[in-house]
Design a binder for this molecule. Structure first.
Ligand code: NAD
Ligand code: IPM
Ligand code: MN
Length: 375
């Protein structure tokens, strides 16, 4: 049988807590499968990389990530390392760049309908929301020329800048990927391209290239264009209007995807895949999988973080990088089962972010128990 090598990057804060639950899920999938094994190997990354090797992306970590079939990542960052010269977050940015993970796919779906009552939005507004954020991940403000302000030299003006750069090819390739995802739905999903074309040159390029790519290569697909500020409002007032694919640049996608987590009710629920090619479910795609949340220093070490986003990221890993859709669907079904079940207090088997009292490892164990029945 085939052995798949998966690198684990637990990182910092709640990263190791949520990764260890997803690890149990992948170990069970490996044990139960007749035709493949998954070998999981942890490496230092982020603040843990700085502590162990003096840099957030140590050389052996990068080499292992390059050689791996897929990467499962928790989160990086925290007050211990701050925002100084060497930052945990730089490791994540370098890794995305090194592996050319240009497409970040962040589905905002209800992992379970039973969460409707927990959404801070009225159920009739949240119900039926189903969109996927496709975020460009290796260009834009994150990677352009940058200057730090000098505030310590007397007389210095203290100017700082970040530069946002996109070219035609950057926009074309992410548009093609979004179009392929749209075509995988039946009927094909609508593409909502989001920009700030009333101000930014990069956005005017974005809008034109998105439209031309769809017109010339994907005739018949529907695409519309909106400004990011008004979309931020629509996302929480009428989110179903955005159903389909949200296609946007790096920073807008970062902000809008955190906002999207308000709809199902917690940042801890949502998974993501960062890919370097089009996921068609048949050809194995290089990828890094992570929950969309960060290291949550405010709750780290308490064993109360929600591991669902990370476990659903492991499902995306099986689907896109290992082409094992059945195992992916089984994980998603097990998560749904656990979120749907009610305990005596009526809070369900849920972590504190969803109003429950269940710990990270208890919810992980329950998901493993349900998965055992489905595999
Ligand atoms: P955060 O996402 O870590 O936390 C925001 C809020 O959501 C916090 O109140 C936190 O407790 C809660 N939360 C997040 N994940 C949760 C989970 N799984 N279960 C329950 N509650 C959860 O964002 P932040 O506090 O702004 O950032 C903290 C650090 O994380 C920063 O250093 C930031 O750079 C880093 N960060 C890293 C990543 C990543 O590694 N991909 C993503 C975002 C932020
Ligand atoms: C995310 C995070 C990262 C980002 C940070 C930690 C660099 O917020 O994965 O969403 O902004 O992309
Ligand atoms: Mn983010």
């Amino acid at each position: 049988s085939t052995t798949y090598n998966v690198v684990l990057l637990p990182g910092d804060g709640i990263g190791p807590e949520v990764i260890s639950e997803a690890q149990k899920v992948l170990e069970l999938v490996s044990k139960k499968s007749a035709d493949f094994d998954i070998k999981l190997t942890p490496y230092h990354f982020g603040g843990a990389g700085i502590d162990a090797a003096g840099k957030p992306l140590p050389d052996d970590t990068l080499a292992a990530c390059k050689a791996a079939d897929a990467i499962l990542f928790g989160a990086v960052g925290g007050p211990k390392w701050g925002f100084g010269k060497v930052r945990p977050e730089q490791g994540l940015l370098s890794l995305r760049k090194e592996l050319d993970l240009y497409a970040n796919i962040r589905p905002a779906l209800f992992p379970s309908e039973s969460l409707l009552g927990h959404s801070p939005l009225k159920p009739e507004i949240a119900k039926g929301t189903e969109f996927i954020v496709v975020r460009e991940l290796v260009k834009g403000l994150y990677f352009g020329d940058r200057k730090e302000a000098d505030l310590d030299t007397p007389g210095s003006e203290g100017d700082a800048y970040d530069t946002m750069v996109y070219n035609k090819n950057d926009v074309q390739r992410i548009t093609r990927l979004a179009a392929h995802l749209a075509l995988q739905q039946n009927p094909p999903a609508k593409i909502h391209s989001i920009d700030k074309a009333n101000v930014l040159a990069t956005s005017r390029l974005w809008r034109r290239v998105v439209q031309e790519t769809i017109d010339t290569e994907f005739k018949g697909l529907e695409v519309d264009h909106s400004l990011v500020d008004s979309v931020a409002m629509t996302m929480v007032s009428n989110p179903r209007k955005l159903n389909g694919i949200i296609l946007t640049e790096n920073m807008f996608g970062d902000i809008l995807s955190d906002e999207s987590s308000v709809i199902p009710g917690s940042l801890g629920l949502l998974p993501s895949a960062s890919l370097s090619g089009v996921p068609d479910g048949k050809t194995r795609c290089n990828g890094l999988y992570e929950p969309i949340h960060g290291s949550a220093p405010d709750i780290a070490g308490q064993g109360i973080a929600n591991p669902v986003g990370t476990i659903l990221s492991a499902a995306m890993l099986l689907r896109y990088s290992l082409c094992q859709p059945k195992a992916a669907e089984a994980i998603e079904a097990a998560v749904r089962k656990v979120l749907d079940s009610q305990d005596v207090g009526g809070h369900g088997l849920r972590t504190a972010d969803l109003g429950g009292k269940v710990s990270t490892s208890e919810i992980g164990a329950k998901i493993v128990e349900e998965l055992e029945k489905l595999l």
